[in-house]
Ligand binder design. Structure first.
Ligand SMILES: Nc1ncnc2c1ncn2[C@@H]1O[C@H](COP(=O)(O)OP(=O)(O)OP(=O)(O)O)[C@@H](O)[C@H]1O
Length: 706
């Protein structure tokens, strides 16, 4: 494939001498080069065909488009041809590189207003030309605004440019999804909306902010979060206080571009008439001084690369440090009694699957965000990897679904947090009318095996509240209401054992379930205390636990996320208990005292932890929360029903009901706490006795040996 717009340049790679690298993009490396036949300096952009998503037709279109471009403010392609697995595009060399590069090197906080006005005005001229020709650039950003030695400004990179006239006017509103998240207009991010050249105006506004601050708004966030923020948040702009140094007309011009409704954005021609551009100086006067004292472009690029490499090396921490970080994150999650929803959001935002990306906006609450190691880039997934690697085959999934509360799951069978409660399901149906509080059926029941101990539910309620406050516009409110219903009045449910790191191996829920224990479990029974039975069948597991550590909170190398949701998960389902350990009787004196001591030490620790957990739960279950929630209109009426008046229960009844449930839950938790306290005491005494027995036994052995 060869396209040449000028006879001056051949499509023969041997005619070009590639010199220094002057830029590196997502899909290409750009070199300064010499065209040997006439010794002219050019830039050669080498697009790695294996790295780019576009198919051959797209690439050909790109080359064709560039070839036809002819405007002083647009970088044109002299010619393009394929060399091995690369497409070479020969262009004019822009000796000062991009505005982004310049900011990185010398203006980290952005340019001053005069320079910005000039750069933007020249860029607008380029856009005016492109739009006139029927093109949408779709990738307007500081990295694509190039500067030459004389201050000339050119818009470059047609990697994602599409020609609106390709297949007639119908293509004016395209439904494809390409570009760079930070600069992308809301309508581009929302599938099915369709967009047109006004998308470039939004990107232009973002570029204005980028030039003013040195970075684009939201640039520190991962892509998915940027998408969400672009759709959900008010448009970014120049701040009255923070951006005091900028003129009112600049602020006004930016605000005009960054209007979410694309039809309300000005055209390029209208923008060019804005007062902000009226006094913009010509480039040679305004821009040359920006790079007057800087070394040549390639030297700057090189030193930037070295700096970046050094930073990258710093980030690549040894595994011990990673573990320490993992530990600290884990402790943070546990001590705060929640998992940080912002973290979850951040992780949800690491989604790479385009299908998932394209499900934002109005449909948000019905969509699934999947964090998948396989479909996420290494850097994006680094945190996840760090967290989940230690859980071996398990992956974590965050779901946001219309019917389900956000769920954390480990794939491959080990469930950390499962499907929504019966209540949540039921409340979404018309059954609600006759059984508005079906939860009552379960809330006072026994500890349920195989389900979740929602030890952090109140906190999670708050956490999700934060999350949902940000998502009100997306209609997630109804989900919160459903969730809170279960949070406040749901049964105290015990989960399956989530992982080997679960803190409560030796304690099993029994109580009313004692009879249901299988024979083997009964044989292993050491002690029944209230709702709990202590068996010896987990002795091996218990031995694995660090004897002198405070708790599994300090165990290293596990997922903070997983732990923060799994701490306090209690083994409760006899069927799910690991079996195969030798059956032992509680009175079996064949067990050596040392093993029992170890066991009891661990038991003691476990009990302390459980007690801590319960105390925390108690502390977090303040009735005032429920009152607050009800006053804020957050009580559990599903939106769909609330609006059409099917639900006839008044707010105060619900409030009373939930208050009663809280009180009940609190009472049950208190009793559990008491039981644990007494268990703890008992363990301590047993331990002392066994310590004494052990030392006696040792003394006896020594005497015997003597
Ligand atoms: N003609 C040119 N002259 C000088 N430098 C250039 C030229 N073209 C590109 N560069 C430099 O190379 C960098 C990367 O180029 P370009 O943006 O075309 O690559 P890309 O892979 O398409 O990037 P992205 O997809 O991230 O926009 C630019 O930011 C700029 O600094």
């Amino acid at each position: 494939m060869t396209y040449s717009s000028s006879r001056t340049f051949s499509a023969n790679s041997t005619d070009y001498k590639l010199l220094e690298e002057v830029g590196n993009g997502a899909s290409a490396t750009v070199y300064r080069a010499i065209y040997l036949p006439n010794n002219r300096q050019v830039a050669v952009k080498c697009l790695d065909l294996d790295r780019i998503n576009s198919n051959f037709d797209d690439i050909r279109r790109e080359a064709q488009t560039m070839r036809l471009i002819d405007h002083p403010n647009v970088v044109r392609a002299y010619c393009s041809f394929v060399v091995e697995r690369c497409l070479w595009v020969v262009m004019p060399f822009m000796a000062q590189g991009s505005c982004l590069h310049l900011m990185k090197v010398a203006y980290p906080d952005g340019f001053e207003e005069g320079a910005i006005a000039t750069v933007l005005k020249e860029t607008l001229k380029a856009l005016a030309y492109l739009h006139q020709q029927g093109h949408i650039h779709r990738d307007v950003k500081a990295g694509n605004i190039l500067l030459d030695d004389n201050g000339e400004v050119k818009l470059s990179d047609f990697g994602v440019t599409a020609c609106m006239f390709e297949t007639g006017d119908r293509q004016r509103s395209r439904n494809t999804f390409v570009g760079t998240p930070c600069w992308m207009a809301p309508e581009v991010l929302q599938p099915g909306t369709g967009y047109n050249s006004k998308a470039d105006i939004w990107s232009f506004g973002i570029t204005a902010l980028e030039l003013a601050h040195g970075h684009a708004p939201f640039s520190k966030y991962p892509p998915m979060k940027v998408l969400l923020m672009t759709i959900q948040n008010a448009p970014p702009g120049l701040d009255y206080d923070r951006d005091r140094k900028f003129s009112k007309s600049f602020k006004e011009m930016v605000a005009m571009c960054l209007v979410k409704d694309q039809t309300k954005r000005p055209s390029v021609d209208k923008l060019l008439k804005h007062s902000f551009f009226k006094h913009a100086k010509p480039p040679e006067l305004s821009l040359k001084r920006l790079f007057a004292n800087l070394p040549p472009l390639w030297t700057r690029v090189k030193s930037l690369q070295i700096k970046d490499a050094a930073q990258l090396a710093l980030k690549k921490m040894p595994s011990a440090e990673q573990e320490a970080l993992s530990l600290s994150e884990y402790q943070r999650g546990v001590s705060a009694w929640n998992f940080d929803v912002d973290d979850l959001k951040a992780q949800a935002s690491l989604v790479r699957d385009d299908d998932d990306i394209a499900v934002i906006g109005e449909e948000f609450e019905n969509k699934l965000f999947t964090c998948d190691k396989d479909t996420t880039t290494d850097s994006q997934f680094s945190k996840f990897k760090m967290n989940s690697d230690n859980l071996q085959q398990n992956e974590i999934m965050l779901q946001v679904d219309g019917n389900d509360i956000p769920q954390i799951e480990k794939k491959n069978g080990l469930i950390v947090e499962t499907a929504p409660s019966i209540l949540e399901k039921d409340m979404g149906t018309s059954k609600i009318k006759s059984q508005p509080f079906k939860i009552g059926k379960t809330q006072s029941g026994p500890l349920m095996p195989g389900r979740i101990l929602s030890h952090s539910l109140p906190e999670r309620g708050h956490a999700f509240e934060r999350f949902e406050n940000q998502n009100q516009s997306l209609g997630v409110k109804s989900n919160r209401e459903l969730r809170q219903a279960s949070n406040l009045s749901g049964p105290l449910l015990l989960p399956s054992r989530a992982s080997a790191n679960s803190l409560s191996a030796p304690i099993r829920s029994s109580g009313g379930f004692r009879d249901s224990l299988d024979d083997k479990s009964k044989a292993n029974l050491v002690q029944v205390k209230g709702r709990f039975s202590v068996t010896l069948e987990n002795l091996d597991q218990v031995k694995d636990l660090p004897v002198n550590s405070v708790s599994c909170r300090t165990s290293q190398g596990s997922s903070p996320l997983m732990k923060s949701v799994s701490v306090g998960d209690w083994m409760s389902d006899p069927k799910q208990m690991p079996s195969g350990q030798p059956s032992t009787d509680s009175a079996n004196t064949n067990n050596s005292a040392s093993v029992l001591i170890t066991h009891l030490q661990n038991l003691f620790q476990q009990t302390s932890i459980q007690q801590d957990l319960i105390m925390n739960l108690l502390n977090s279950l303040q009735p005032s929360e429920a009152i607050d929630a009800s006053q804020n209109g957050k009580m559990p009426i599903p939106c769909s029903l609330e609006n059409n008046g099917i639900v006839d229960t008044t707010a105060s009844e619900r409030e009373q009901f939930l208050m009663a449930k809280i009180a009940e839950l609190k009472a049950r938790t208190t009793s559990l706490s008491d039981e644990l306290a007494s268990e703890k005491l008992k363990c301590k005494q047993l331990q002392q006795q066994l310590n004494a027995a052990y030392s006696q036994e040792q003394n006896g052995e020594i005497v015997e040996a003597a």
